[in-house]
Design a protein around this ligand. Sequence first.
Ligand SMILES: [Zn+2]
Length: 314
Amino acid sequence: MIVDTHVHIYSFPSFRDLSKHIRTMEDAIAFRTRYPDLYQCNNTEAPVDNTDDLVADMDRNGVDFALVQARAGYVSNDLVAAAAKRHPARMVALARVGHDQEAAGYHEDPGPTREAAPAELERCLGSLGMKGVGETFVRALTDHVNPEKIAKDLSGIMRVVEKHGVPIQFPTAWSQFPGGLFYGDPLWADEVAARFPKVPVILTKMGRSITRYFDSAMTVAMRNVNIHFDVVGTSPQHLRFAIDKLGADRILFGTDWSATWRWLSVPATLHQIRMKVLDDAKLTGAEREQILWKNAARLFKLESHLRSAAKAAA
Ligand SMILES: [Zn+2]
């Protein structure tokens, strides 16, 4: 069983075939500045549901189930919920807030977004039936740089997450989008994790193989047992170190599949690159099972979903 906890759905008509634009990870990072007109489609075109492409890629790579969230741009939580409902045996949805600013640039005043966010998450985790909160780029919700003030600004959304007993993801390191790089060093997450010790906090990408960010992520994780990592972009060395220090029950499998990342082909496909990290970290059978699906099942309460996924696959 493989559960991919990190997938962004929806695309735009001009992103239908990016095979010539994005072959390597470096191409994906440079996409925005290399093709500024094409990049603008994030903000100008109407989103299209690409979950049929996702399911085809999952089938090709033996992925049974996915936790899907909106990509950057004007992709609403309602669109994500509707797309996930088309594939009930293969995916459930995560909520996002502020991700429109992830593509278009952050508002100078984060106040209005911060004030609206708790009600939107309440709606997503309540009536839309979403299973957790996806990557939260905190610059959309705060412009503070003091960790205590950041945590204070995040307390509204964290109270909703705590009430529903679900996890929340915060990205680490760089992204392909403009601004907000400061928050990629996750040291500030210590204050958030400490104030909400019952909430599983997932630091996605665990520093993305960059030692400086990985060291911050490890420091925060060592003293807060509610901190978890996902393996997107990490190295075998960092993954092995994190397992040995934190335990394999704190780490989740994810690919970061999206309308752009899905085009990686050099040195291998996106799924092959992610899987190779697990192979090269020399996981035991038990560690592999925890990372590939058991931790996701426990944290996101997926047991009944995975039973129907297994039934549908049989
Ligand atoms: Zn992501």
